[in-house]
Design a protein around this ligand. Structure first.
Ligand code: SF4
Length: 373
């Protein structure tokens, strides 16, 4: 959006007013793919009823299904992957685009931005890609290897945002706790947070980060959060499960006891800290005992917030089983967390990675949300 406005284009939230409609997509799990496809088809209608001349599809759906979108969705005029964002203006203007979708993209402090958040807070992406091998996750396949933004680039962007009136900055990335590892910075996230905390601002400021990988939560990181008033006393740490057997098959390792000790250390180091996590249920091979162990763990951990997600069998993930574990999913829904699950018949106009046309019954979890426990 920043690149378009800086080259003189006007943005509108009303698709009926747009000359070019860009749909930014997600393809992490089936419901996200479905929502993306639904939105593309909905926006395509404006080429008939509005003034739109062109429909462009951007984002992760393109990374996973570029050829299929081009072949099976004639409504779409052009696609642009996550590494080609700098071509968006040329594409909207109908110019010839020369880019290599495999060149890893990472924005920087001089990249024009339009904040899509309310004025008082903003997100800053500090790294892109991921080197972890979680078997249920397809993100590394299309976001690429882990790479951090330069330290001073992040500081410079944060300083500018604070000076523009932003009060709270949220640092994001597929794995924020690896920040700086790729350029040899030890405890890089802790160092970055300490530096962000020192930025002088006219108003009170907050800095928080999301998505800790549990075995990367170091004592220096916790000490840094405790030491600076402006660093929000909040740890968002997806644990995904508590059973050692399930975590091993997820290729994440550890177990509930290790996590409980870590949680105890976090609470001891940062008085008053709020801890959020997320869990996956129905992972292939999860037994009733594994599920009970997870429930016991959740009771013992006393999380402040928790999101629970049904396992999604993704066609290119290493954990693909070809079948859903709905018995355990619905067991979870009715017993521990009251998650609502409903199914609807949808047709995906995309070929799956294994060569079949996907025409299947998929779960729709519009907003799994967080449960207060
Ligand atoms: S750490 Fe997160 S992004 Fe990386 S592979 Fe695991 S679940 Fe995916």
């Amino acid at each position: 959006m920043g690149q378009l406005t800086s080259s003189g284009h006007e943005l509108t939230p009303h698709p009926s007013d747009a000359d070019v409609i860009v749909v930014n997509t997600c393809s992490f799990i089936d419901p996200a793919k479905q929502e993306s496809v639904d939105t593309i088809l909905e926006m395509a209608e404006y080429k008939k009823t509005g003034r739109a001349q062109k429909l462009i599809v951007a984002g992760c759906l393109v990374e996973r299904y570029r050829g299929d979108i081009q072949k099976n969705m004639p409504e779409v005029d052009a696609v642009i992957g996550t590494n080609e964002l700098e071509q968006i203006t040329a594409l909207c203007e109908g110019l010839e685009v020369k880019s290599n979708p495999l060149d890893a993209y990472l924005y920087h402090d001089l990249t024009p931005r339009v904040l899509a958040t309310p004025q008082h807070y903003a997100y800053i992406k500090i790294a892109e890609g991921c080197d972890h091998p979680c078997t249920f996750c397809v993100i590394p396949q299309y976001r690429g290897a882990f790479r951090s933004r330069r330290f001073e680039s992040v500081i410079s962007e944060a300083t500018r945002l604070f000076s523009q009136g932003v009060r709270e900055i949220n640092l994001i990335g597929q794995d924020t706790t690896c920040y700086g590892e790729d350029f040899g910075l030890k405890d890089g996230l802790a160092v970055l947070l300490a530096r962000l905390a020192e930025i002088e601002t006219q108003h009170e400021k907050w800095v928080r980060f999301l998505y800790c990988y549990p075995n990367k939560v170091t004592q220096q990181l916790l000490d840094t959060i405790a030491a600076h008033e402006s660093l929000v006393k909040y740890i968002d740490m997806p644990l995904q499960h508590a059973s050692a057997a399930v975590l091993k098959r997820m290729k994440r390792g550890a177990n509930g006891d290790i996590f409980l000790k870590l949680i105890e250390r976090i609470r001891k180091t940062i008085p008053g800290v709020a801890i959020r996590t997320s869990m996956i249920v129905g992972f292939p091979g999860e037994t009733g005992e594994d599920f009970d162990e997870l429930c016991q763990f959740v009771k013992a951990a006393h999380f402040d917030r928790m999101g629970v997600f049904s396992y999604s069998d993704e066609d290119s993930s290493k954990s693909i089983s070809g079948r859903a574990h709905r018995g355990i999913r619905t067991g979870l829904a009715s017993s521990a967390f009251d998650a609502s699950t409903r199914y609807r018949r949808r047709v995906l106009h995309l070929r799956s990675g294994r060569g079949a046309v996907a025409r299947r019954r998929i779960p729709h979890h519009a907003h799994p949300g967080s449960a207060r426990l």
